[in-house]
Design a protein around this ligand. Sequence first.
Ligand code: TXA
Ligand code: MG
Length: 317
Amino acid sequence: MAEIGKDISKAKYLLKQGKLVAIPTETVYGLAGNAFDSDAIASIFSTKNRPSFDPLIVHVAGYGHALKLTKNVPEFAENLAAKYWPGPLTLLLKRKKNIPDLVTSGLDTVGIRMPHHSLTRKLLNSIDFPLVAPSANPFGYVSPTTPHHVADQLGDKIDYILDGGDCAIGIESTIVGFENDQVTVHRLGGISVDDIEQVVGPVKVNTYSSSNPQAPGMLQNHYSPTKPIILGDIKKLIEENRDKKIGVLSYYENHHQGLERVLAPDEDLNTAAKNLFAHLRWLDNQPIELIIAEEVPAKGLGLAINDRLKRAATKKN
Ligand code: TXA
Ligand code: MG
């Protein structure tokens, strides 16, 4: 079983040897490996059971490090990095040849982000290579927001989980690309579209990509618990499913249905984002047949939360 601890030297030692270490970020826990080590990258794909067409995000200690891996950085990207790095923002930039093809699945862009978590920033500052880190969950499942979520699913496959506590934001980074001088949001995440638009003006949002899994919006049934989940009017759905064992995931109101989790009793979307994946996991582990959930207000972080809920509710083929 993986050890859970706060020992940066140990994490550094393992990473240098080509091993994988789970790392905390402000969004979700990542499964990290040396971005220049092809064997480490290959073992990330196999540990997560992730298809090789799905590229990885490179995590760097500072803007200067991002420049060493990329070229022709547009001014919009520079401005976004200046405002939101370190933070939950991934930029898709033209890559230099020093990044292994395996990282980008052969694309000519690389996703780069500078995470905001003191332990991981210390770790990145102590090594001389960047870290590739997808969310530390089996492919397609709910992302982990505590060290124990990682241990539950990948604990027998990795040596060490760097314990940074609960993730402060709780949903993944926002992914932004700059194709043909157009700023496009490819994945809704921890920085809202409004926040992006404050810096670069109106953007395109293009996150539905089930027909093109190379795009970062990802497969439609991502973030899925193993239990089926239905989204809609909770009171109505509870009535309609009286004969089933149900679990309920509500925004702020408690319906007193026993196996219920409330995302944000304070009606704050930041609280809802922080709780989303932990609550989905908890419900998924209960003796129920069905999860009933509702969308949250479609503004700010709410758009990213609803995106996760809708994908989780998409039936698997
Ligand atoms: O918040 C986050 O971004 C977390 C933490 C650990 O940093 N990481 C994360 O990684 O969510 P992952 O691998 O679970 O999701 C990354 C997404 C994938 O859907 C992938 O398709 C997309 O980013 N992506 C990465 N590089 C890309 C590229 N060059 N072009 C298009 N999409 C890319
Ligand atoms: Mg993921």
